[in-house]
Write a protein that binds this ligand. Structure first.
Ligand SMILES: Nc1nc2c(ncn2[C@@H]2O[C@H](COP(=O)(O)OP(=O)(O)OP(=O)(O)O)[C@@H](O)[C@H]2O)c(=O)[nH]1
Ligand SMILES: [Zn+2]
Length: 326
């Protein structure tokens, strides 16, 4: 009888998982006879998921069950018919990070709040970079107006200001996921909480294919006190209706326009009340800039679809393999 144990996923690689079980970090794979079958009823695990494992002292453990999720961030994948993709699961709190300087944008904050409530997690607004902020008080009042019933904290990872207030959430066994646009200081904040340099921050970062600077990993860390935190690579993964991180970074003007379109699902292709069409007509938005935005938008949709298709193929192949068709 193989020894069974429970654990939670801390990182997902191509076909390999990092799992924390009984305080130890282990590698694991999905048990093919359970996950790669036509009648598979198990969800593929994601960061934060609780799983049941068969321990293997000689190599990778085998994941045999994904426990039911209490919360999740998902992105829809209508193009590839794969339904939902879950990008993080089982968190208790969602820290919405927004910096008090250039990144400050109430419309965007509203979107992040919506996404948080939909996930089932409890949002907490964390306004970052307090040390270099001006008019913090005014901004705080504006935030409080739209964030009724949500705790708002003003922090700085440089001076440590405000970090005490967050300790109510960063407690043993509870999981907090971080959301926020690129550059708000998620990695710096994570490093601060962990008391070490685990995440690369701003200055040193690889360029991705589109030339954006982004955090590419998604990982769950356990703090010294046992609190769990998940840093996300950005909202790009949460679907296109949410402002894409990379796009948002350089096209804030267009994102602000899109929010003003009469229909929330406006395709900006001649619908009445389209704010983009209006701006193009008035010349406040140039054709060139709009085309650029569109191109990058399509590229990132294409990348996401490609990744899903790849996953579907892996699954299909494994199904065949387990039925002995190879
Ligand atoms: N003054 C000040 N600067 C900060 C603070 N937190 C982060 N920064 C700076 O802001 C820049 C971006 O910080 P990151 O932590 O890399 O931002 P991020 O949100 O992880 O960005 P992505 O990895 O692109 O998602 C860096 O230059 C940091 O040094 C803060 O509290 N105060
Ligand atoms: Zn429109």
């Amino acid at each position: 009888m193989k020894e069974k144990m429970n654990g939670f996923i801390t990182a997902v690689h191509r076909e390999r998982y990092e799992v924390r079980a009984n305080g130890e970090d282990l590698y694991a794979r999905l048990k093919a006879g359970i996950y790669y079958t036509d009648h598979c009823e198990e969800e593929f695990p994601t960061v934060g998921d609780n799983v049941e494992l068969e321990y293997n002292p000689l190599g990778d453990c085998l994941i045999i069950k994904t426990m039911e999720r209490k919360t999740a961030f998902s992105r829809k994948d209508p193009d590839v018919g794969m339904g939902e993709q879950i990008v993080a699961a089982n968190f208790d709190y969602v820290f919405i990070l927004m910096s008090l300087n250039y990144d400050f944008n109430l419309k965007r904050l509203e979107r992040y709040l919506t996404v948080s409530w939909q996930s089932g997690g409890q949002p907490v607004i964390v306004l970052t970079k307090a040390d270099i902020a001006e008019d913090t008080q005014e901004k705080l009042e504006l935030v409080n107006q739209i964030a009724l019933g949500v705790d708002v904290c003003v922090v700085s990872a440089v001076t440590g200001e405000g970090m005490e207030q967050l300790k109510n959430y960063l407690v043993p066994e509870k999981t907090t996921v971080f959301l926020g646009s690129s550059g708000v200081g998620k990695s710096t904040f994570t490093n601060y909480l962990l008391g070490k340099e685990l995440m690369e921050t701003g200055e040193i970062r690889e360029d991705d294919s589109k030339g954006h600077h982004t955090t590419t990993h998604r990982q769950l860390f356990v703090m010294d006190n046992g609190a769990r935190i998940i840093d996300t690579p950005g909202m790009r993964e949460l679907g296109m209706w949410v402002v894409d991180d990379g796009i948002d970074f350089s096209f804030t003007d267009i994102n602000d326009l899109i929010i003003q379109c009469r229909f929330s699902n406006c395709t900006h292709n001649g619908e009445p009340g389209c704010a983009v069409a209006q701006a193009l007509k008035e010349g406040t938005l140039t054709e060139k800039r709009w085309k650029n935005y569109w191109k990058i938008q399509k590229e990132s949709e294409f990348q996401a679809a490609k990744e899903s298709r790849k996953q579907a193929v892996i699954k299909k192949k494994s199904n065949k393999k387990s039925r002995g068709e190879w």
